[in-house]
Design a protein around this ligand. Structure first.
Ligand SMILES: Cc1ncc(COP(=O)(O)O)c(C=O)c1O
Length: 420
C-alpha cells in the first residue's frame, strides 16, 4: 500500500484526538473558538478547517526546516527548530571569509569562557588549546573526537568498552581495525532493562589492556540518564590507566534539575574527558563541530590522531561560537523537545509501546514484536525513524527523534495506520 492511498480524514484519528484532550461537541466548539481562523482570533472556523484539525496531521501536510515538504525525518536526532538564529547571522556575516583559512581564536575563546577553563592563551594556529592543566580540542563533530579516542586507546592499549546498544563509534573503529588484522578489541556491555549502562558489568570488562571506557549520558538510543554520583563512583573504581569518556551530546535535554554534568570532573581528574557537540540543542548538525574537555596531557595524547588545524572551517567556527551564546535558542529547543517527548510518550503508550522516560531528543519504544516491517511501512508513508535491529541488536524497538509538533503528529498519524 502506498502513502497516496491513505485518507487523512479517517474517523479513527478524529476519535483519538478527541479522547486525547477534548470531549464531544463541547470539545469541537472549544477547538473552533480557540483556533482563530477565517473569522479572526476566537471566531468561528469553517467546518472543513475543524475537520482537518481533528483528522490529525498527515506527513503530506508537513514542512520541516531544511527538508522538502511532505517528508518527516525523525531518524537522526536533529533539531526540528533549525539552527540558532545567531549562528545563521554569523555565517552570513562571514560569507566573504570563505577564501580564507581560519586562524581566529573565536571558537576556542567562546568555549573557554562558557566553561570557565583555565586556558589563558589559545592559539589561532592550533586546533587544540591548553593551559597548565586544562585542555580543549575541537573536532569535526563529536564523531571525529570519538574516532580519535578509539584510535588512540586501541592502538596504545588494545581494548575499549562501550555499551550495547549505543552510538557505537568506538565499536565501529575497533571492529574495522580488527577486520584489518590489528589485534584490538571493542568489548560491548549490554544496557540494563531501564536503558542505563550496567556499570558493574563495564567494570568487570576492564582488564590490563583496556585503554578506554565510554559512558553516554543521557544515553543514545535509550534516552536514559544515570545520576551523576553513580558515574563518579564508577570513575573512582576504574584503574588510572583507563580513560573514561563521558559523551554529553544530549546533556541539554536532561530533565532532572538536580543532574550535574561532568565538565567540572574533567577539569579536575586526569583520566576523564567530556565530549560535547553543536549538532543537537544548537541545531548545527550539518555544520559539524564538536569539542572535548580534559586534562591537557590527555589532549596532547590524542592530538596525533586529529586532522588538526585544517579540519577547522571558517563558517562553522563562527556559527558555533555564536550558537554557544544563543541562550534563547537553547531554551526554545529544549522546551520543544520536552513538549514533544511528553506528547509522543502518551501517544506511543496509547498505541501499545513501552517507552523509557527520555532525557534526550528521541524516544526508545519497545513494541514487544519485530519492528523492521513497521519501520519500512513508515518509510513508505514518508516518515523516517530507526528500527532497533542491526547495529543496536534490539529487534523489537524503534527509535524516534523528537520533531516539531507537526512532525510528531504526522508520525503518530502514520504509525496508527501502519499498526492497523
Ligand atoms: C551519543 C552520540 N555521540 C556523538 C554523536 C555525534 O554527533 P556529531 O558528530 O554530530 O557531533 C551523536 C550523534 O547523533 C550521538 O548520538
Amino acid at each position: 500500500m502506498t502513502s497516496d492511498e491513505y485518507n487523512g480524514d479517517d474517523p479513527v484519528s478524529r476519535r483519538d484526538f478527541l479522547r486525547g484532550g477534548l470531549g464531544g461537541l463541547a470539545g469541537v466548539t472549544a477547538l473552533a473558538a480557540g483556533l482563530g481562523g477565517p473569522g479572526g482570533p476566537g471566531g468561528p472556523l469553517a467546518p472543513e478547517s475543524v475537520a482537518a484539525q481533528l483528522a490529525g496531521r498527515r506527513p503530506a501536510d508537513v514542512k520541516s526546516v531544511g527538508l522538502q515538504p511532505g517528508r518527516v525525518r525523525l531518524a537522526f536526532n536533529e533539531n526540528p527548530l533549525g539552527a540558532s538564529p545567531a549562528a545563521i547571522e554569523a555565517v552570513l556575516s562571514h560569507q566573504d571569509w570563505m577564501n580564507r583559512y581560519d586562524y581566529t581564536t573565536t571558537l576556542q575563546q567562546a568555549i573557554i569562557r562558557h566553561h570557565d577553563l583555565d586556558i589563558p592563551r589559545p592559539s589561532g594556529f592550533d586546533f587544540k588549546a591548553t593551559g597548565d592543566r586544562h585542555g580543549l580540542m575541537l573536532g569535526v563533530g563529536t564523531t571525529e573526537l570519538l574516532q580519535i579516542l578509539a584510535l588512540q586507546a586501541l592502538m596504545k592499549h588494545g581494548e575499549a568498552v562501550e555499551a550495547l546498544p549505543s552510538y557505537g563509534q568506538i565499536t565501529r573503529v575497533g571492529d574495522e581495525l580488527r577486520d584489518a588484522g590489528y589485534m584490538v578489541r571493542a568489548r560491548r556491555s549490554p544496557v540494563l532493562p531501564d536503558g542505563n549502562h550496567d556499570l558493574d558489568d563495564m567494570e568487570k570488562q576492564i582488564g590490563d589492556r583496556t585503554g578506554l571506557v565510554i559512558i553516554c549520558n543521557p544515553h543514545n538510543p535509550t534516552g536514559a540518564l544515570l545520576p551523576h554520583d553513580r558515574i563518579l563512583d564508577f570513575i573512582d573504581r576504574v584503574p588510572p590507566h583507563v580513560l573514561v569518556a563521558i559523551d554529553e551530546v544530549y546533556v541539554h535535554f536532561a530533565r532532572d534539575p538536580a543532574y550535574r554534568d561532568f565538565v567540572q570532573v574533567a577539569k579536575e581528574r586526569e583520566n576523564v574527558i567530556v565530549l560535547r557537540t553543536f549538532s543537537k540543542v544548537y541545531g548545527l548538525g550539518g555544520v559539524r563541530v564538536g569539542y572535548a574537555i580534559a586534562h591537557r596531557d590527555v589532549i596532547y595524547r590524542l592530538a596525533p590522531f586529529s586532522m588538526g588545524l585544517l579540519g577547522r572551517n571558517v563558517l562553522s567556527v563562527h556559527a558555533a561560537a555564536a550558537a554557544l551564546g544563543d541562550d534563547e535558542h537553547v531554551r526554545r529547543s529544549r522546551q520543544a523537545v520536552w513538549d514533544g517527548n511528553d506528547y509522543l510518550t502518551v501517544e506511543l503508550e496509547r498505541l501499545g509501546a513501552r517507552v523509557i522516560p527520555s532525557h534526550a531528543c528521541f524516544l526508545w519504544a519497545d513494541f514487544g514484536r519485530e519492528t523492521q516491517r513497521i519501520v519500512r511501512e513508515l518509510w513508505s508513508r514518508r516518515v523516517m525513524v530507526r528500527a532497533g535491529a542491526g547495529q543496536w541488536e534490539s529487534p523489537n524497538h524503534i527509535r524516534v527523534s523528537t520533531g516539531s509538533r507537526e512532525e510528531n503528529e504526522a508520525f503518530i498519524w502514520a504509525l496508527e495506520r501502519t499498526l492497523g
